[in-house]
Write a protein that binds this ligand. Structure first.
Ligand code: ZN
Length: 292
């Protein structure tokens, strides 16, 4: 941290309540000397990595920044409050599409790490408060000297197709009207990814799929998932009659390419955002970008 503080090339982004500081071009990045001294607290700074020119940190801002006041009624960390007031903040879900690859990677790590710190302030063994060490990638319990690392929850997401090469998309109960996407779900303890695909599709739609083929992955730090994407085909002879569970999914159906395009264009179907692995799986099946 001392080395990073002394390096004029170091850049710092801001995270507050799961949202990221942005400017017109992408993430708002500050040089160290643009930050007030009071911001340089090693337990609030997360080391995110480097590219060819620079090293990057995330500054974790408390949700209630500026709410605490000193005896004269002046906000504590007043200079930081003033600096932050000039920064716009956006949720990664909303700004992800705007970020180029480097910033998307920085933003995803920053959100994933801050979510972990906020949800895990205490030792899972003894319940004592833990401290942040190693640039934000480890928490240590000083009572028993145990170390605790960020965790990632495995989830599968899958483009299911039938013998006519139609794609199965579902509508989750809590989504806005018309939103359809690929099926997805969490991997259970002791379960291989491929079996999670088969189980989730059967649970959510009663459709039976055969082998699943891995296609790629996407970190999904809301709060700590890693989505692993698959293609899977309906097992021949098992039928394509969809029965949704009515709780997680309220609707699911197979679409031909023509049906999907027509329903996206007339607004009856809204697909997931372009930066999502769900969209990538759908467009891989479709054969190219689907104009919205
Ligand atoms: Zn402990």
């Amino acid at each position: 941290m001392e080395d990073l503080a002394a390096d004029p090339q170091t850049r710092v982004l801001m995270v507050q309540g799961g949202r990221l500081g942005v400017d017109g071009d992408g993430l708002a990045l500050f040089a160290v000397d643009e930050l007030p001294q009071e911001a340089w607290q090693p337990d609030q700074l997360l080391y995110l990595g480097k590219d060819q020119q620079r090293r990057f940190l995330a500054l974790m801002l408390p949700d209630d920044l500026g709410h605490e006041r000193d005896l004269d009624g002046v906000p504590t960390q007043a200079r930081l409050v003033e600096l932050v007031a000039g920064v716009q903040f956006g949720h990664l879900r909303d700004i992800g599409d705007r970020l180029h690859d480097r910033d998307a990677g920085l933003a995803t790590s920053a959100v994933a790490l801050t979510e972990w710190h906020q949800r895990n302030p205490r030792c899972p063994h003894c319940g004592e408060a833990t401290e942040i060490i190693d640039g934000g990638w480890v928490r240590r319990c000083s009572t028993e000297d145990s170390l605790h690392y960020p965790r990632t929850d495995a989830a599968v997401i899958m483009a299911v197709t039938d013998e006519e090469d139609r794609i199965l998309l579902g509508h989750a109960a809590h989504w806005p009207t018309g939103r359809f996407s690929t099926l997805a779900g969490y991997v259970e303890p002791g379960e291989p990814l491929e079996e999670a695909v088969v189980r989730e599709v059967a649970e959510e739609t009663s459709i039976v799929v055969g082998e699943a083929t891995y296609r790629g992955s996407q970190p999904w730090p809301f709060p700590c998932s890693l989505m692993m994407g698959f293609r899977a085909q309906v097992r021949p002879g098992t039928g394509t009659e969809v029965r949704v569970d009515g709780e997680e999914l309220t609707e699911a159906r197979f679409f031909t390419r023509e049906q999907l395009l027509a329903q996206v264009q007339d607004g009856r179907v809204r697909l997931p955002m372009r930066s999502s692995i769900a969209r990538a799986l759908i467009e891989e099946w479709y054969g190219g970008p689907i104009p919205s």
